[in-house]
Design a protein around this ligand. Structure first.
Ligand code: UDX
Length: 436
């Protein structure tokens, strides 16, 4: 099949790479010449394990091309996929400007029959507006069908999530378009749910908001566990064994971040408001998420009493492991709050140093090696659970720190082991381990 994808962010790039790897002829369209030239040379602008290899393989096989021009591929494509960003505006509403700009350009280049499918996360009703716009702008002879194909990939595991998704959701009402989209997605999953367009749009917001809800629920329970002597890890294991609840996304910590959960929760609150429903539950999900980061800072400031002239080593800046993405990362809230309280910050992250430099400028010191970052610090603060932090040489850590104190925002260490090494250890939702 011939497929054009507009946008080369996480979704566009990964989808393009996988569809071309499955034997389709894919063109990915962008707006910036430098970026498109780099992509055509196989230089990937994002950190995503396994992606570069697939892109290079398909560039070489000439099944994948990056282009600035709609007219080169849109007229001859079976499917055109919109995969541009829908960032939050100040009021939480999704910004749909790019989606409509792109829809207009697609319309002007349609020829024959084309399926126009939107993968960008858009409020229910947006695909109808795209459909109306394309109807108005397309050449008279061209025909098309609109579809909504929401994306559920996670950063860091995007390839696996795209190749083996739990389900494919296709919101489509035209029979011919349904056949084409089912054929395109056929090799990826047996589990395809075909719905009307609004349902598909709603599934995406519901899935992300529900997952954010699970995380905030776990964090709220962790606040109680700290006061009662219960262990949040065991509580979540205990409830997760109930098949009706499930174990996933119940890890308490310093809160969720990233390009999707914060934005989509905000957008659904806004959509609800416009529909006359005050979605208080989701507002509380947001508020618990902020509280999770702030409570963690309170633990640190309570221990030191005064953070002025204290040096803290932060390990982990990206919003989760295996990505360099710092969008809405809890590390930003935590570090800014610690700086406000007078602490000096030294930080290390395996992938996000460059992005962190853009955010924090010179207000914190960034290191390329975790041990260098700890030299002479008053405490170690874990914000993101990168695997390499679990494997640190703890004897070396103890020697490098001025005082052996660890604040673990993701519960990555075994309390008993850490206590045996004589660290003072603070964790989330369970009893801390004080050094002797
Ligand atoms: C999410 C959705 O999972 C994905 O389906 C959607 O397409 C895009 O948004 P992503 O943002 O890449 O994916 O990351 P995810 O793995 O879902 O984690 C989001 C945030 O939640 C991270 O900050 C992570 O640390 C946090 N999290 C996740 C928890 O705090 N606890 C958990 O149990 C799980």
């Amino acid at each position: 099949m011939k497929v054009t994808i507009i946008g080369h962010g996480y979704v566009g790039l990964v989808t393009g790479a996988i569809f071309s790897d499955l034997g389709n002829n894919v063109t990915v369209i962008g707006r910036t010449k430098d970026k498109i030239d780099a992509l055509n040379r196989g230089n990937i602008p994002i950190y995503e394990p396994g992606l570069e290899e697939i892109v290079k393989r398909n560039l070489k096989a000439q099944r994948l091309t990056f282009s600035l021009e709609y007219k080169e591929s849109v007229p001859t494509s079976d499917v055109v996929i919109i995969a541009v960003g829908t960032p939050s505006q100040n009021n939480g509403e999704a910004d749909l400007k790019s989606v409509f700009d792109v829809a207009q350009k697609i319309a002007q280049n349609l020829d024959g029959f084309t399926v126009v499918a939107c993968k960008s996360t858009v409020p229910p009703g947006t695909n109808r507006k795209i459909e109306e716009l394309i109807k108005k702008m397309k050449p008279e002879k061209a025909s098309f069908a609109q579809a909504s194909i929401p994306e559920f990939l996670r950063e860091g595991t995007a390839i696996e999530d795209t190749l083996k998704p739990d389900r494919i959701v296709i919101g489509v009402e035209d029979e011919k378009a349904k056949k084409i989209l089912c054929k395109l997605h056929g090799p990826l999953s047996q589990n395809t749910l075909v719905t009307n367009i609004e349902t598909a749009e709603m599934i995406k917001y519901t899935a992300n908001s529900f997952l954010a809800n699970k995380i905030s629920f776990a964090n709220a329970i962790s606040f109680l566990c700290e006061k009662t002597g219960a262990d949040v890890e065991k509580v979540m294991e205990g409830i997760g064994l109930d098949k009706r609840i499930g174990k996933a996304f119940l890890k308490a910590g310093v809160g969720y971040g990233g390009s999707c959960f914060p934005k989509d929760v905000k957008a659904l609150i806004h959509i609800s408001k416009n529909l006359g429903y005050n979605f208080k539950l989701l507002k509380e999900v947001e508020s618990i998420n902020k509280q999770a980061a702030i409570n963690f800072v309170k633990k640190i400031s309570k221990y030191f009493k005064n953070l002025r002239n204290k040096t803290l080593t932060i390990l982990g800046l990206s919003f989760k492991p295996d990505t360099d993405d710092m969008r809405d990362a809890p590390s930003i809230t935590i570090i800014n709050e610690l700086l406000r309280l007078g602490a000096k910050i030294k930080a290390y992250d395996p992938a996000a140093i460059e992005n962190a430099r853009k955010i924090f400028k010179n207000s914190i010191s960034l290191y390329k090696d975790p041990y260098q970052a700890m030299k002479g610090a008053d405490a170690l603060v874990i914000i993101t659970e990168w695997k390499e932090f679990r494997e640190l040489d703890m004897d070396k850590v103890k020697k490098l720190l001025k005082t052996p104190v660890i604040f673990d925002g993701r519960n990555i260490y075994d309390r008993e082991k850490i206590k045996r090494l004589d660290f003072t250890y603070f964790c989330i939702g369970r009893q801390n381990a004080e050094s002797n």
